[in-house]
Design a protein around this ligand. Structure first.
Ligand SMILES: O=C(O)CCC(=O)C(=O)O
Ligand SMILES: [Fe+2]
Length: 298
């Protein structure tokens, strides 16, 4: 993650596009699919993200996820630090107001079990593991749908299977505490997470009840994303931007803690496997669109 400038202009309230992914007829080739394809492409070209209304993750499942997340963050710090990884930003992180856990391959139940066992070896972790696994698995379906739609929209659907196989899923769970000096004018002290772009392919964020997430528009305005029970924020990461030769952009985003409540959020990240070379297919390179990224290893 890189941080942008340290000036912190206030966010405005503009709505991001909302796209419906709950429709029963949303299958490749249906008229709904073609409609959603146009909306997704426009949203990703304009904002690099959109809000997806997605009912496959039920309200009860979300409730169970955030109950589990809250419980895990209550563990003592030395216990939380057992969530380790050899990869950057994959294990437990702690910085000012921000803490987070990470589960690599969170769509695989055994891997989620390894995580809960690491943190609570003496507990029956079946419920928590199943909850986090189900949540990740259902959201991974949204990730696949969005990536399929984007690749179709740019005429590179013949690469879809290879592309989907080139990534894994990382689930991150975040807790942000309130700033110690809530009434102070000092904006810097309210930064939960510094402005950054995500380096992976696609990120699907969900903020539970408490707001704070802000996304920067192309014209450099910060938009506040309102928490919504039914919506997930789908966002382009740098790897997707590079794969598509810059046709969509990966927006800067940050978390600002303005209120008096602890904030919980989750992110499901599709992440390129480490040996993968990211390179735009030739279909996306022409005179009007010269290659803007050198092929690179993730
Ligand atoms: O907590 C959030 O809503 C945002 C988290 C985020 O941007 C990240 O983990 O990359
Ligand atoms: Fe992010």
């Amino acid at each position: 993650m890189d941080s942008s400038n340290s000036v912190l202009p206030l966010a405005v309230s503009v709505h991001l596009p909302v796209i419906d992914f709950s429709d029963k007829t949303l299958n490749p080739g249906s008229s709904k699919w073609d409609e959603v394809k146009i909306d997704v492409r426009k949203a990703l070209e304009d904002y690099g993200c959109f809000e997806a209304s997605f009912d496959k993750v039920s309200a009860e499942l979300k409730k169970s996820v955030f109950e589990a997340v809250e419980e895990l963050f209550k563990l003592p710090i030395h216990t939380k630090q057992r969530n380790v990884s050899t990869k950057l930003f994959h294990g437990y992180l702690y910085h000012n107001l921000y803490q987070s856990f990470g589960i690599e391959d969170a769509n695989v139940l055994d891997r989620v079990n390894d995580f809960t066992q690491q943190l609570r070896p003496d507990h029956g972790n079946k419920n928590i593991s199943e909850t986090l696994h189900q949540f990740s698995e259902k959201l991974s379906k949204l990730d696949v749908m969005v990536r399929r739609i984007i690749m179709e929209s740019f005429g590179i659907e013949k690469y879809i299977d290879g592309h989907l196989n080139s990534t894994y899923y990382l689930l991150r769970m975040m807790e942000y505490t309130t700033p110690p000096l809530l009434d102070a004018d000092d904006e810097e002290s309210k930064v939960g997470l510094l402005a950054h772009t995500d380096k992976n392919t696609i990120t699907i964020l969900h903020q539970h009840q408490v707001d704070g997430l802000e996304v920067k528009t192309k014209d450099e305005k910060w938009i506040k994303v309102k928490p919504s029970q039914d919506h997930f924020l789908v966002m382009v990461g740098d790897s997707l931007c590079a794969l598509l030769n810059g046709r969509v952009f990966s927006p800067y985003h940050r978390v600002m803690m303005m209120g008096k409540k602890t904030r919980y959020s989750t992110g499901l990240f599709s992440v390129p496997k480490s040996e993968i070379i990211i390179d735009s297919p030739e279909e996306l390179v022409d005179e009007e669109h010269p290659r803007i990224f050198k092929p690179y290893e993730y």
